[in-house]
Design a protein around this ligand. Sequence first.
Ligand code: ADP
Ligand code: MG
Length: 702
Amino acid sequence: MIFSALNFNDEITYLKGVGPARAKVLEREANIRTVGDLLQYYPYRYVDRSHIYTCAEINDETQYVQLKGTITNVRKTGTPHKERVEATFSDPTGSIQLVWFRGTKYILNRFQEGSTYLVFGKPTRYQHLFNIPHPEVDEATEENERKNLGWMAMYNTTERMKNAGLGTSGIRKLVFTALETLSHELVETLPAYIRDKLGFPDINDATRAIHFPKNNRELSKAQERFKFEELFYIQLQILKHSKFSGQPQSGFVFAKVGDTFNEFYNHHLSFDLTNAQKKVIREIRTDLGSGRQMNRLLQGDVGSGKTLVALLTMLLAVDNGYQACLMAPTEILATQHFHSFRRMLDGLPCSVSLLTGSTSAKERDAIHVGLKSGTLNLLIGTHALIEDNVQFKNLGLAIIDEQHRFGVAQRAKLRLKNSLPPHVLVMTATPIPRTLAMTVYGDLDVSIIDELPPGRKPIKTYHYFNNRRDDLMRFLKQEIDLGRQAYIVYPLIEESAKSDLQAVENGYDYVTTHLSQFKVSMVHGRLSSQQKESEMNKFVHGETQIMVATTVIEVGVNVPNASVMVIEDSQRFGLAQLHQLRGRVGRGNSQSYCILLSPQKLSYESNQRLKTMVATNDGFEIAEADMRLRGPGDMEGTAQSGMPFELKVANLARDGEIVTLARDVAQRVLTADPNLNAEENRVLTFQLRKRARTNIDWSNIS
Ligand code: ADP
Ligand code: MG
């Protein structure tokens, strides 16, 4: 065979040991198409194989062992139905049995008497003797010792991969061959000055070390390098297009606090702002006066009073001659905001309209005219707001409520509603751990409302199994008799909208039968918006005492008199969603309760989630727990808003320090060389281009 050197970008079939069949499996199961993909298929865990044990050392505490010795007496045993192969392994200190239950035919003729083997596996005890089931066996050649001794990588593999001989040891062999036959050095992906500063190995050493580490130290340096690299390029990408872009995005100047704001603040507000609200308004005013476009994320736990901050900010826009809009994720929420804004603004020279999917054509026309001519000051709505035919005369401020419900693209679109992009304020009650915020919303400034309005009592949360429904009904009766209201919420699974409806309707029947003295509203996705609104209104105005609903009421709904939130099948909700739902109560001065119902049998994770909910009301603690339990990629909120990237090696829950480091370094690099023109930074530009697989225009993302 002609010797052929291998390139990083070569198809994986060029690698010795990979034929068309294996190539197909690698592509389908592990997304490995090229030699480079294989080298970047990083192990998920390592076992210590640096030491050669002896048979005499094996005891009940032994985890994985590696042994060196001979194999004799290979024999078929068991019954014809349950065939197995056993063999005797011996070293100078003793012997141990090796056992195979699968692939027995192949094993029978595999070993030669007189040869020395390296055997690796996990001893198990059977009665008083140890054996090693399905050990990895290699001839004890010099090459194999070099390959096997050290920290041994374990790779994620699927059943299909294993059947194709691509279990963890199969993959390890391929990686080894690839590294041996690669024709050239790997192309460095981090500038030397950054590597030197941080003490990271170069790309060749790091790649070898992450697959075949000699020791723990070498391994952690390599891992650190790849994690850093991944996070660093994300930060660089985010920062390059925001503050450090060379030309800061100029924005409208809202110089004054005018009559509308002052009139509202002094005469329409029936309570004092909390200190946290005041602090946030100050931060926003500084942004608005700076001449630079504001991009601010406002985080505040449910019920902390973000809506009021939104309204005050919108009044600043109006006083300075601009229009403002507020986009909410659901029609119910948009409608609620509209009504409360209209009520609060009553008597002020400030017009406000509502635009949603169910706004009539006639109203819509009037809104379009008002927006174009400038007679309409404030627009509140759903996605309908960002349709192309909605045109403003001079939109100065766009606010997005419950940010986590919107996708990146939608936010970008809102920014394009004016020639100069409007100031943007995004609000979210889904608390985002700091590391995640720095990564997903890296170009936003963050304001936090870390205080609830006075007089709020912490919500008491209980977890009931379904068999306590009678107790629950008694409790509901007791609370409603005190003048309170209650929600009963059902999960919504999109694939089976029918059975959801069924669950809600059954629930409705159950409550109306067991608490027949009370009036009950019902809201679910199958109702028209008019029906939804009318059911919702009855509850808002206290005409009904109980609201039976699917999660359409999840975000933002504000009925301060409601004091009980019952969540059916609560094990089916994620933590962030449970926290949002719970936040619908505890909005007034009375003690509020959240009852989590579930079947008795729960998975570990569900159980942990419910325990967390019972243990704490703190949104940030809940977010951290969520991240630990599910990993940040699956975290609600980010999954919905579509994390604009995928992390392969770094873990936002565990690698917080590396996130911070990556951000610092990215910031420093851009301060010194904003356009990355320096020779030493060429590699950065190249990598950024290569990594920008999505066609998202980062400059338009808020
Ligand atoms: P969220 O931050 O979840 O959007 P809201 O803006 O809906 O919270 O506010 C929750 C409730 O608290 C509303 O009824 C609102 O009127 C009230 N509220 C807001 N700020 C204050 C305050 N400073 N003092 C008393 N009540 C307030
Ligand atoms: Mg809100």
